[in-house]
Design a protein around this ligand. Structure first.
Ligand SMILES: NC(=O)c1ccc[n+]([C@@H]2O[C@H](COP(=O)([O-])OP(=O)(O)OC[C@H]3O[C@@H](n4cnc5c(N)ncnc54)[C@H](OP(=O)(O)O)[C@@H]3O)[C@@H](O)[C@H]2O)c1
Length: 286
């Protein structure tokens, strides 16, 4: 039995579906089974990663866990939740993030209140917990561009910051496929896989590709960083995490994210281009 957390979300949902397609038994975790849309065939269990006492049913009899962590919001419970997972699972595949520093002497730890700091915390806890582990460290998700969907639908213009920021955005399906290869294959214990899409595009090029997918021209309008920060904080982002995101994009305008070959190495198929992701999700932008 494989427990998939984040199973109502983008990567966990794809992972659960692909495992089921491969004929494997899947248990899907959600905080609210009544409203959750989950892949047909999954055993659905209620549980909250921020409250380890709720995880007994979810962990009973599991062999492996595909762990999507609710970054920052559940970190206070992380030591006891990871300890509990370690009592049951033989292998934990953790959806981490590109940029988490490896634990080598002298490596500075990221700010614990940042997204990378949260992933670093969870990685360290898993490394010390006992079961075999594998870390998937994807860079930016193609799905992050869904944050522009309402602007594109309403105005045909994206007002955002650092249009020259260049990323190798990855399709959630490819992250899941890498996870499925790890969960169903051998020789992945102790590996930290940096995953990316197969090409780099600036944010302006991403917007153009979305326009092509929906069949309408979409414009880019550059927003000053201070205004973007105010918007993110207004949407409920913690200020430090919002600033980290915007500063990260400023860096990627100067130093583009690089492409890795790990998706193809793990799955035997090249990664999906961003244009295909945009075509797969065109309805969200119409
Ligand atoms: N976006 C990026 O560019 C990027 C890059 C690298 C890594 N990541 C990492 O990817 C992860 C997010 O993956 P995603 O985008 O696939 O997720 P998502 O679509 O945002 O969905 C979030 C999932 O987390 C679950 N969840 C939230 N709080 C929970 C809790 N307290 N206990 C149990 N489950 C909880 C939700 O399940 P219910 O609501 O059903 O309970 C939902 O299935 C984060 O850790 C993020 O840092 C993101």
């Amino acid at each position: 039995m494989i427990l998939v957390t984040g199973a109502t979300g983008k990567v966990g949902g794809q992972t659960a579906s692909q495992l089921l397609d491969a004929g494997l038994p899947v248990r899907a975790l959600t905080r609210d089974p009544t409203s959750a849309a989950l892949p047909k065939g999954a055993e659905v269990v209620r549980g909250d990663l921020a409250d380890p006492a709720t995880l007994d049913d979810a962990l009973d009899g599991v062999e492996s866990v595909f762990l999507v962590w609710p970054t920052l919001s559940a970190d206070h419970a992380a030591p006891s939740t990871i300890e509990k997972i370690a009592k049951h699972a033989r292998h934990v595949v953790y959806l981490s993030a590109r940029g988490v520093p490896d634990l080598a002497p002298g490596t500075p730890e990221p700010d614990p209140n940042s997204i990378l700091g949260s992933h670093a915390l969870i990685e360290r806890l898993i490394e010390r917990s006992g079961p075999e582990w594998t870390f998937l460290r994807p860079g930016g998700f193609a799905a992050n561009t869904l944050m522009w969907a309402s602007q594109i639908r309403d105005t045909g213009t994206v007002r955002w910051v650092h249009g020259g920021a260049t990323r190798a955005l990855i399709h959630e399906r490819d992250i899941a496929a890498a996870g499925v290869s790890v969960l169903t294959g051998t020789g992945h214990a102790g590996a930290r896989y940096v995953l990316s899409g197969p090409e780099t595009l600036t944010q302006i090029e991403q917007v153009t590709a979305i326009g092509e997918a929906v069949g309408r021209a979409v414009r880019w309008e550059e927003l000053p960083p201070e205004e973007a920060l105010r918007e993110l904080v207004g949407q409920g982002w913690p200020p430090a995490a919002a600033k980290g995101l915007i500063d990260g994009h400023a860096r990627m305008a100067m130093f583009p994210e690089s492409v890795t070959s790990t998706v193809e190495e793990l799955t035997g198929r090249p990664g999906t281009p961003f244009r295909q992701w945009a075509a797969d999700h065109a309805d969200a932008f119409r």
